[in-house]
Design a protein. Sequence first.
Length: 644
Amino acid sequence: MAGIATLSDVETIETIPLAERNLPPTTYAALQRGAAIDPERTALTFFLQGTDYKNAVRYNYGELLENIHQTANLFHALGIGPEDVLSMILPNLPQAHFTIWGGEAAGIVNPINPLLEPEVMAEIMRAAETKVLVTLAPFPGVDVWPKVATIVDEVPTLETILQVNLGTFLSGPKKYLAKVLALRTRGQPVQARVLDFDRYRVKQPAGALVNEREIGPDDIAAYFHTGGTTGTPKIARHTHFNEVYDAWAAAQSMEITPEKELFCGLPLFHVNAVIVTGMLPWMHGAGLVLGTPQGYRGDGVFANFWQIVEYYSINFFSGVPTVYSMLLDVPIGDSHISSLEFAICGAAPMPVEVFQAFEERTNLRILEGYGLTEGTCVSAVNPPLGERRIGSIGYRLPYQEMKVVREDGEGRMQECAPDEIGLVVVRGPNVFPGYKEEVHNERAWVDLGGGAPWLNTGDLGRQDADGYFWLTGREKELIIRGGHNIDPQLIEGPLHEHPDVVLAAAVGRPDARVGELPVAYVQLKPGASTTAEALLDFARENIGERAAVPKTIHVMEEVPQTAVGKIFKPALVQREVEGVYRQAVSEVEGVAEVTVKARPDRIHGIVAEIVVTVGPGAGAEDVRAEVARALGHYTIYYDLDIAS
């Protein structure tokens, strides 16, 4: 793979039809092909603690495939067929990978975020019609099983629970102590039969799949939950070829070879970890280091990250902007990190200051990209061998079409001119076949004529004259906190149930560390006297996802609305931008006064107009530089006017 430097390189790749690329038709076939390159090569390395990263468990490719065979055969023995669903509520463990890929070989796998509130987990499993659940066994200090135990009886299709014991990775007195303490965290008994995952798995044949299923490229491989809404959870379906193609196409930019080593610190319930640091290296015979059950959040991972890179000769890792911001505070010291080639950033825009500071400190190139669960994972990425434009999401993937469109005066969709903002749409082999529930498909597609419909990404953006794509906002109003998508409905729905609330609107507030934080605005019923503090308490008790609990609730006399009575969220977003930027600039030494006005912009989506009055004795250029530094960790564009 020669790599991509320009848009013409993407087009050159496409001169050979995709059907002639001889891609594996299924994820199982892709893993087989990768394992055949060198069965003795270490495929998976796992360490339990960042403070003890040298103490690791290793699986070569032959062993990885054997574990996947055993897992698939166990699921088959438990009655999982091509249309049956097994859910997974696990942290990052080798058994999570065995479950994902063995699950796709046997049936349909449904990874679920272990940090969700129990009732949300139950809603997802009911919607998925889960038959088997793989989750953690009771373990001291870990709340997964106590949460799961409270809701599994609410899933009528659930027959079997397979428990993974974290104590497997301990030794000596620690293993015995953990076993004793686990007895205290068993929780309430459940109706489904409960089996030990590893104990029953190792009894299964390891040499091959025992079922005679012929998996097709269009068979459904996975269900991924794409964000909470009130009512039926939104579940995106992936086909086998969706995942194979997306991993292969993303690798075209990265020059993955069997000698490469990737680090996974993102959670395995998310498509980025599954595809970019899972299927992508393994279908090419490369190695993967899985760092702690909590990933980047694990004890000692950030503090020892550069030593981990040096020890395992890491070539690539993937993260969200928060990861890079945190790593800026970690000294490289004497660590030798010359093995690093690229770092991949997605899920949210990267602040310019973080981008530049990280590259200057590490001499490591960051590749900003873009994707969404409905597009399997990756849809666009900056070219590693060409110009990387900061703030851009780069070029589209080979064989995947990507456009920016808008509605004309007659209600028809047409392609935008260069740098004209519109709706980003994609079409291609990575685009999913639709959500599980048909009600969620009603606004998922855009018909432009001339073939299959296009996926409505819900993102607003533009394409410049050189083919680079830029995001400018979101039609679908998601709040992105540290790369985690939060549907405003998760916040607004519960707040609307409060007896004193007549209107509620949730938006994102710019945040230097995690990109955005959720905040809410409410309008009370006439005569109501509820306070913001009381509403926050109510939110904490009733919102099913901790990350979605708003940091602040503003009680307004009247929430802004359009002429037809719809809440006008752009005004609330602009208010948050103004408040955050005003606070950040006012703290700069030498600033006497500051005014901030946020406005819509044709190119950038939103721009903050900032006017600063310099205090006595302060230099205008010094203040300008300090303001730029203060705002460098945010992604909203600004125009700055300095007045003496």
